[in-house]
Design a protein around this ligand. Structure first.
Ligand SMILES: [Zn+2]
Length: 401
């Protein structure tokens, strides 16, 4: 049954409120009325902290929990890519469904109501897309799951033809949007052009792995932003990683950040995985491999944070809990805790799902209630109870995990 009123919830600013819900969305929020009678459809929050539900803007559910099966001998990005490619034949439909389902159950228990997952495409196969489509359908009552087909390179010229056809097949087989890795293509700017044109032809959004390298000479992000400004596509464009932007001078960071604002491109930073994969060649003054967070935020770019990989060759760590990314934004990215929480929750709902801001009338009733004293404490302890609502429905207790 949908909850009608969440009574006596505590907001991050300390105010006590009653939140009125209607059809899975927020109708209004009023100052707590301690004298109001409650009925069965009301939920007594007992003064717990009310926060937007968490969200994962960048996962790879098809590879979750492969760390024991596939070893990354070098520990870097190319080591992980080669290891997974060499073992791709060992991945089956049922195996992908099983591992991804395990991950989603943990995500949801941790308060995640929305996930965008990438899905590998190997040798012209859409196996991962189809398996994740089934998983997304299986869990549609408790989590919104969006699938981005990660199209293999190269994309351009005659050699790129199979990949371009594959993008079409991936869409037909259940991918909601497409993505790829232009910086790994022989022709990164050509790949940007192809991806934008594919997104238009296939009528879908674009989420690219951009410049996932500490090599400052690679800056395909600037080209992507300029192309988006010039073409003004109707699709939304997300740039994930953008590691090499963090290696640019402050002047270049500022210039690119301004282009991103003009292009309306959102950025997803993925601290845990990039801290693991990058920097091994810099044993002195090792860079943090995060993007230019300060410049992006100063310019007004939407910045979200995600976990990326989950216990696989790209990242042997991960709890399927966005509070990990939030904690790293604080310690490695110098965010204030409140801003870090927003980057793994409401900013994702607003950017990916075009939802209204937290508690605004009409916004999705996707919440976490926790006894934590503050957002900072919630992130720091990371193990406090979380009661989870999705579209006004209490879902945490219904899970069998
Ligand atoms: Zn990724």
């Amino acid at each position: 049954m949908s909850t009608q009123i969440i009574r006596n919830a505590r907001l991050p600013n300390g105010n006590r409120v009653d939140v009125y819900l209607k059809d899975g969305t927020v109708e209004k929020t009023e100052t707590r009325d301690a004298t109001a009678l409650t009925n069965d459809a009301d939920f007594d929050a007992k003064g717990q902290l009310l926060l937007p539900a968490l969200a994962e803007p960048h996962a790879h559910l098809d590879k979750a929990f492969l760390a024991e099966r596939i070893h990354n001998p070098t520990g870097d990005l190319m080591g992980a890519i080669h290891a997974v490619h060499e073992n791709a034949h060992t991945l089956t439909f049922d195996d992908i469904v099983e591992r991804a389902s395990r991950a989603i159950k943990i995500y949801v228990k941790n308060g995640v109501t929305r996930i965008r997952t990438h899905a590998d495409t190997f040798d012209g196969s859409t196996l991962q897309v189809r398996a994740l489509r089934q998983v997304a359908n299986n869990f549609q009552d408790i989590c919104d799951i969006e699938i981005c087909a990660l199209i293999q390179w190269p994309l351009t010229g005659k050699m790129g033809e199979p990949s371009r056809i594959l993008a079409e097949r991936a869409r037909a087989d259940g991918a909601d949007l497409i993505g790829g890795c232009p910086h790994l293509d022989d022709d990164p700017t050509g790949a940007n052009k192809v991806f934008l044109s594919l997104a238009k032809d296939l009528d879908c959004n674009l989420d690219l792995h951009v410049d996932e390298t500490l090599n400052a000479d690679m800056l395909s992000l600037r080209d992507l932003a300029k192309r988006v400004i010039a073409k003004a596509p109707t699709c939304s464009v997300t740039a994930s990683h953008c590691v090499s932007l963090g290696m640019q001078t402050k002047k270049v960071q500022k210039q690119v950040a301004q282009l991103l604002v003009e292009a309306n491109i959102a950025v997803v930073t993925l601290p845990q995985t990039n801290l693991f994969l990058q920097g091994r060649e810099h044993q002195s003054a090792m860079p943090r491999a995060l993007t230019a967070l300060s410049a992006l935020r100063e310019a007004g770019v939407t910045v979200m944070a995600g976990g990326d990989n989950l216990q696989d060759p790209f990242n042997p760590m991960g709890r399927a809990d966005p509070l990990e990314a939030a904690a790293l934004l604080v310690s490695a990215g110098h965010y204030f805790p409140e801003d870090a929480y927003w980057a793994v929750s409401s900013k994702v709902h607003e950017c990916i799902a075009k939802d209204q801001p937290f508690l605004e009338a009409g916004s999705g009733a996707n919440f976490i209630l926790t006894p934590a004293e503050s957002i900072r404490e919630f992130i720091a302890f990371a193990n406090q109870p979380r009661t989870v609502f999705r579209n006004g429905v209490l879902i945490h207790d219904t899970l069998e995990i």
